[in-house]
Write a protein that binds this ligand. Sequence first.
Ligand SMILES: Cc1cc2nc3c(=O)[nH]c(=O)nc-3n(C[C@H](O)[C@H](O)[C@H](O)COP(=O)(O)OP(=O)(O)OC[C@H]3O[C@@H](n4cnc5c(N)ncnc54)[C@H](O)[C@@H]3O)c2cc1C
Length: 393
Amino acid sequence: MKRQAIVVGAGPAGATAAFYLARAGIDVVMLDKESWPRDKPCGDGLRAPIWNLYKDMGVWDEVLEYSTPSKGVLLGAPNQTTIKLYGDVSPLCGPRRLIDHIVAKAAEREGAEFVQNFEVTELIIKRGFVKGVVGVYQGKLTKIESDVVVVADGSHSRLSHQLGLYNEDPDLVFYGARGYFEDIDEMTDLIEFFYNDMFYPTGYMWVFPMSKTKGNVGAFITEGALQRSGMRLEDLFGWWRDNTELGHKRLHKARLIGELKGWRLPACWGPRDNYANGALVAGDAGNMIEAAFGGGQDLAMLAGKDAAEVIVEALKTGDVSAKALSVYKDKLIKSQKEIYDGFNIARKLMFSDPNDLCEFVRLFKDRAESGELDYAQAVKQWVGIKMKAMQSK
Ligand SMILES: Cc1cc2nc3c(=O)[nH]c(=O)nc-3n(C[C@H](O)[C@H](O)[C@H](O)COP(=O)(O)OP(=O)(O)OC[C@H]3O[C@@H](n4cnc5c(N)ncnc54)[C@H](O)[C@@H]3O)c2cc1C
């Protein structure tokens, strides 16, 4: 049977697209190669731009139930000084295995059909138009035709390769690894980022709290910096513990629960042309991660919603050509650009030169920690100082 829409991938991008397609009455099937609930290596940070989406999808209470709130951010500078910055829109920490399943189930409740263990191997392309997918399901090669496909198969996306939209720019591809650790010392109720010379131009170790002693600990680093370090991704954890004061403080008696998991993070500077005849690409498959902190769940979900809205309109007219679907980029500019711009400024003015963060800590530590300045105010003042210095050069 031919479907109106197929969504490939049930992660944040795909499940959100399927949810909003179903809500608009579109016949949609969401395919994922895994058995759910499935895990996804991540810092588990759920940032403020998607809180309203969770509310609109009716899953906010459930998300809160399974996540840990944080009260702000701790930044550790390369000279091993730290600053605590408080703020009321600080991320929640919600394990992806649980949170993604909550969103995927919401899509199903809304009316999307959810087929697990379906590994899509390629898009069906006829006369230059995507017309469905082929994949392996229950051991058989299976074909499903559709009017339109949302490609949301994540950062190793086979399908965006097929469409020629996969980006491999080494400056914009990061690597990340994550482990859950017990017995972390001096754990705060802040999400913590620790910068070290070796990780520049962009990258850090993180500790995100899950309880008073348990946390999600990870490494985020560019491909180039990792190569220069001569280490493997998983070696960074031991290196940080044994060679830095702050790493030692946090991890000296910590125990890894389970295994460290690494993954690829494809980033961009802002919305790109993620559309083709009969297809839209959303989330990591479309390189939507921001290049300062490596966050992408929020950008993936916003794109999933935008993709659904574009498709609903396109199906009304029957025109799913790339030209008709190109309004997707305009929508992404509205929903995502401000987020990218904020992170790009932060990356440029605070996180790409080790001296910047050391100076930021020195200037603002006392006022931030006495409650005189919150996160947003300190960053705003810092940006003002840097801009002035640049203009006077
Ligand atoms: C180590 C690390 C830490 C991170 N930390 C954060 C963070 O703290 N906060 C944040 O906002 N972002 C973070 N990110 C980024 C975030 O994880 C991604 O941006 C987000 O998962 C993107 O969602 P997605 O739906 O595009 O892809 P995914 O979540 O990867 O979902 C893709 C889905 O597609 C399925 N799939 C893949 N191939 C096929 C196929 N051929 N057929 C069928 N199904 C398929 C997969 O099984 C998967 O379920 C981090 C990333 C990494 C690697």
